[in-house]
Design a protein around this ligand. Structure first.
Ligand code: PXP
Length: 236
């Protein structure tokens, strides 16, 4: 299993003062030196953390793989097609949310997705859809032409905190094996931390775990390198 490090929250701290520090690019370089497999950043429509300049610098600096998280808003799609990340992960976005709250409704946005996905594929950009562990959404992801899905682990993470996560874990396991059986690549992420990730790591077939908040939170005390290395030790 691989690790994608989401560096959004380095920019969140920078934006607390609308200044220059901490610089997400420094985090990117240290995370790659520590051995992560890809860098993830979300250019939100409200630009609350990562901004347009960051996306350009990230593209120019990444040596591993750049996975750009984004909504399907036309303005953001245009930026992504210009910047050309290695991969995009399409997520739903609501302005008032604290973070991405649920998976993308692939069934509801079938028309838009069927148009956008081939545009990215023609530019050699891999497309992943961030969805809940739901078999109908997985089937729809295949039908609109995505190569990958990212299973939303937020409900599992919440259940883990409550101490009763068996049902959510089972849903993820079934979703992974169904997605693999119809030829989709599978990533997973959201709300994963150094404890709840252990059960997810045991699921065969997940290619990459995309993790942000828990790594950046730990890095305040240990530094990014150690925070990334500790997560890599668990994952590998
Ligand atoms: N994957 C997706 C699609 C996300 O939207 C996020 C949050 O930006 C993450 C992974 C990482 O979540 P967390 O910051 O909770 O680790």
């Amino acid at each position: 299993m691989k690790l994608g490090v989401n560096i959004d929250h380095v920019a969140t701290v920078r934006e607390a003062r609308r200044g220059k520090e901490p610089n997400p690019l420094e985090a990117l370089i240290l995370a790659e030196e520590a051995g992560c497999d890809s860098i993830v950043a979300h250019l939100r429509e409200d630009r609350r953390h990562i901004n347009d300049g960051d996306i350009v610098s990230i593209r120019n600096t990444v040596r591993t793989k750049f996975n750009m998280e984004m909504s399907i808003a036309p303005e953001i799609v245009e930026i992504a097609q210009t910047i050309k990340p290695d991969e995009i992960t399409l997520v739903p976005e609501k302005r008032e949310e604290i973070t991405t709250e649920g998976g993308l409704d692939v069934i509801g946005y079938k028309g838009e997705l069927s148009k956008i996905i081939p545009e990215f594929k023609n530019k050699n950009i891999e497309v992943s859809l961030f969805i809940d562990p739901d078999l109908d959404q997985i089937k729809a992801s295949k039908n609109v032409g995505a190569g990958f899905i990212e299973i939303h682990t937020g409900s599992y993470a919440h259940a883990f905190e409550q101490g009763d996560y068996g049902e959510q874990l089972q849903l993820i396991k079934e979703s992974v094996s169904f997605a693999l059986s119809i030829g989709l690549g599978v990533n997973a992420g959201h709300g994963l931390d150094y404890k709840n990730v252990i059960e997810i790591v045991k699921i065969p077939g997940i290619e990459t775990l995309n993790i942000g908040h828990s790594i950046i939170a730990k890095s305040i005390f240990t530094g990014i390198s150690r925070a990334v290395k500790e997560m890599l030790e668990i994952i590998r």
